[in-house]
Write a protein that binds this ligand. Structure first.
Ligand code: 3PG
Length: 210
């Protein structure tokens, strides 16, 4: 079984802000700031009560954004994410039930892996694009380089611990199709609605992508 790929959805820089959101109105302002800074691929994490409503609000009001849902850790999350308008799905890990639920949605899906064995299992489920997580704790760029010859048909979106100064090196790896993280949306800036600061961070990140 194979799923549609995530990569063809990418129209701008290969950076995916990972968002933790509490308020749909703020979600829309935040998404507009990120889009103004050049970033369109937005992952709303299912870590808050309001996450689905926030993703729905972005999908309805910020058409330039490509909104996905992440932190999908239970099979029922997948249909909820699809119904909220998610265009892609992300999990921090993978189980048989999550793999089936992902296939059932027909949407691009990045299962989380941290080791070669996990990547092999995810590949057996048909997922050739995977989230390498937690990327920096799991070996960062050297680990991705080490996996390249072993998993020649698998490509990764590393997230977890990535900061602006690592972007250029990581995106230059041939087995990396995108990367993500929360460094673009500091919690205090979101809480205090400092959208200009977030737009600036997005612009700076955009400038790092070749
Ligand atoms: C994720 O789910 O991808 C991570 O929480 C992002 O990690 P970061 O907060 O270290 O960027």
């Amino acid at each position: 079984m194979t799923t549609p790929l995530f990569e063809p959805l990418i129209t701008g820089p290969r950076i995916v802000p990972v968002l933790v959101l509490d308020q749909p109105e703020d979600a829309v302002s935040l998404a507009r700031a990120l889009v103004a800074g050049g970033l369109r691929m937005l992952e709303v994490t299912l870590r808050t009560e309001a996450a689905l409503a926030c993703a729905e609000a972005i999908a309805a009001k910020v058409p330039e954004a490509v909104v996905g849902l992440g932190t999908l850790t239970r099979p029922e999350h997948f249909a909820q994410a699809r119904d909220a308008g998610a265009r892609f799905l992300v999990s921090p890990g993978l189980t048989d039930k999550l793999a089936q639920a992902a296939h059932d949605t027909g949407l691009p899906y990045l299962p989380g892996i941290a080791t070669v064995s996990e990547a092999l299992i995810a590949r057996e489920h048909g997922f050739l694009e995977q989230k390498f997580f937690p990327a920096m704790l799991s070996g960062g760029a050297p680990a991705l380089k080490g996996m390249a010859p072993l998993l020649q048909d698998v490509r990764f979106c590393p997230t977890g611990g990535i900061r602006a100064e690592m972007v250029t090196e990581i995106l230059a790896l041939p087995n990396v199709f995108a990367l993500g993280g929360t460094w673009l949306t500091p919690a205090d800036a979101v809480r205090e609605k400092r959208w200009d600061e977030i737009e600036r961070l997005a612009r700076e990140a955009t400038a790092l992508v070749p």
